[in-house]
Design a protein around this ligand. Structure first.
Ligand SMILES: [Zn+2]
Length: 83
């Protein structure tokens, strides 16, 4: 039996430039809805669970238009270290 080395998967490196920093990483309760034409209360939907965080989408509570999204880092480590 040969002792082949494993291919270790590197964890995702954080990018220098943040894509689409349109709004701050705050817990959004009101966002501008283009359809309603004003700031509206929003609902938070969980879209995807990614290795680097949970991806959420914000939708207008009045008309359901998507008005924003964000990635919440859960603070947990997924499969990075297994000793
Ligand atoms: Zn709306």
């Amino acid at each position: 039996m040969k002792n082949d080395p494993f291919n270790f998967v590197q964890p995702n490196q954080p990018q220098n430039s943040q894509p689409q920093a349109d709004f701050q990483e705050l817990e959004a309760t009101e966002l501008y809805c283009p359809k309603c034409g004003r700031a509206v209360p929003v609902r938070k939907f969980l879209l995807l669970i990614l290795p680097d965080g949970d991806r959420y989408e914000y939708r207008c509570q009045l008309c359901g238009t998507k008005v924003g999204e964000k990635i919440d880092r859960s603070g947990q480590f997924y499969g990075v270290l297994k000793s």
